[in-house]
Design a protein around this ligand. Structure first.
Ligand code: UD2
Length: 450
């Protein structure tokens, strides 16, 4: 008990009623609680409490990004294909989110989303990776960041599906960390009789964990130089985006952020800004309404670019960045969570959750570029069970993208029937182009093999 008490004192938690029921617990339950308290990092816990004190005002003044390019360069695409084919690119997928807004019980990546075959988000990414590898004749590597809440279910899903046709050596998995939730007084609290309340610590530590797990070194030894980072919940995200990679190489920068034009100022996307000479993102949950809605004299949005958390970054930059900035800033959110107290047992309560955001690395990188894509080519996230960013909108956007691919590949308007393209259509080889030039789709639509 003395170690526990000592740690609680260090955390400033000795006086709370956290363990008033200690004597009623079994030895196992006491050990579980003690090990949870022992694992709490004191400096990070202090950062959490500071995060509650400050009013999350943004450090510096910011203004709209001054320099950005638009996608559509064949030369960049070809240069990217060459780099991917030379094994210089790997993909990191951020998949540790709880998907609470979606109301889906398993890992979000297991959600069946494709129109005809009901392929999961995980399956689409793996089949894209396989198709991109076939296109450049190179086995490509990808890694999924999971969370302790979904890690084992994610691994099981991949095993049950035989890694969706990829070799096991191509895929790595690592789990992000958890942070204790704090109650309205800024104290630890119980989620169960013998367990503290914890939550995933956001997607922001992913690059640090790439280094900590040794995966970055492994990829570096394999010749990887650029990491393409995408989110699991956006099936229009390209895990091996040749044009982004080619543009990034041509710009000779350390990070290239993929962006789209904002259309609705109230859309739940981060806003790309600039302060000093560096890019930054102000999250939709933290930006002031007047900034979010600000317009220019011509009525266009003052901050025109949305953050999609899609970017590519040089592996060498990750190493130096993680070394120079071992701590990521924390962001707080007030959420309804599960609690437990001695009187009522389980309860619903409001508490503070703490997350790190992946785009908080941007202000630390001076050599950056911005590449703006058409929204319909790269962004349709699955966030909600209905309405905006739901399976309905995602499936409609997947269908529009497949229709656009067939239009540009065949030169013909596809029939007005539901169809789903196999993922090879996203990574066209000369043979596929030859086969489909001028060829019309079957009138009944359905699943279309390449
Ligand atoms: C994210 C972006 C936001 C905008 C929006 C559009 C961040 C911080 N914000 O907001 O700017 O681009 O997406 O889609 O990226 N994740 C983890 N671990 C966690 C939490 C999330 O891996 O602890 C992953 C999650 O699986 C998902 C991605 O990060 O792939 C975004 O997570 P989210 O849906 O919570 O982020 P959202 O929509 O609030």
């Amino acid at each position: 008990m003395s170690n526990l008490l000592h740690k609680l004192l260090l955390l400033g938690q000795a006086a709370t009623a956290l363990f008033s029921h200690w004597k009623a617990l079994t030895e196992i339950q006491q050990q579980n609680l003690s090990s949870q308290v022992a694992a709490i990092d004191v400096p990070t816990f202090q950062l959490q409490q500071e995060c509650l004190q400050n009013n999350q005002k943004l450090e510096k003044e910011f203004f709209p990004p001054q320099k950005y390019a638009f996608s559509g360069s064949e030369e960049d695409y070809k240069a990217g294909i060459k780099a991917i084919g030379a094994g210089k690119v790997a993909c990191l997928i951020l998949a540790g989110g709880q998907g609470t807004r979606l109301g889906w019980s398993g890992p979000k990546g297991t959600f069946p989303i494709s129109l005809i075959k009901q392929k999961s988000l995980f399956q689409l990414i793996c089949e894209k990776t396989k198709a991109a590898g076939k296109c450049v004749q190179k086995d490509l590597s990808l890694a999924f960041m999971t969370s302790p809440d979904n890690h084992s279910d994610t691994l099981q899903f991949f095993q049950d599906n035989d890694f969706f046709g990829l070799a096991k050596e191509q895929i790595s998995f690592f789990s992000q960390e958890m942070l204790p939730l704090l109650d309205t007084q800024g104290n630890l609290f119980l989620e169960e009789v013998d367990s503290l309340a914890f939550g995933p610590d956001g997607n922001g530590f992913a690059l640090h964990l790439l280094v900590k797990t040794g995966l970055l070194r492994k990829w570096q030894d394999q010749g990887v130089e650029i990491i393409n980072v995408i989110l699991i919940d956006n099936p229009l995200a390209d895990p091996f985006d040749a044009e982004l990679i080619g543009f990034h190489i041509r710009q000779q920068v350390d990070l290239t952020l993929k962006s789209i034009l904002r259309i609705d100022p109230h859309e739940s996307v981060g806003v790309v800004v600039q302060n000093d000479n560096n890019l930054a993102v102000v999250e939709y949950s933290e930006i002031l309404l007047e900034e979010r809605e600000a317009v220019l004299a011509d009525g266009s949005l003052k901050y025109p670019l949305a953050n999609l958390s899609l970017f590519c970054i040089n592996l060498s930059k990750i190493q130096s960045l993680v070394h120079q900035h071992p701590i990521m800033p924390l962001h707080r959110a007030f959420k309804s969570v599960k609690g437990w107290n001695e009187i009522e047992g389980s309860e619903k309560k409001m508490a503070w959750k703490f997350e790190k955001f992946i785009f908080d690395i941007l202000p630390w990188i001076s050599k950056e570029a911005l590449l703006v894509y058409p929204r319909e080519a790269c962004f349709s996230p699955l966030k909600n069970s209905e309405g905006a960013f739901s399976s309905k909108t995602v499936q409609a956007d997947l269908q529009s993208l497949d229709r656009q691919i067939i239009r540009s590949l065949t030169g013909l308007e596809p029939p007005n029937v539901p169809f789903e393209l196999s993922q090879e259509f996203y990574y066209l080889t000369p043979a596929i182009r030859e086969k489909w030039k001028g060829r019309s789709l079957p009138n009944l639509g359905g699943y279309i093999e390449v």
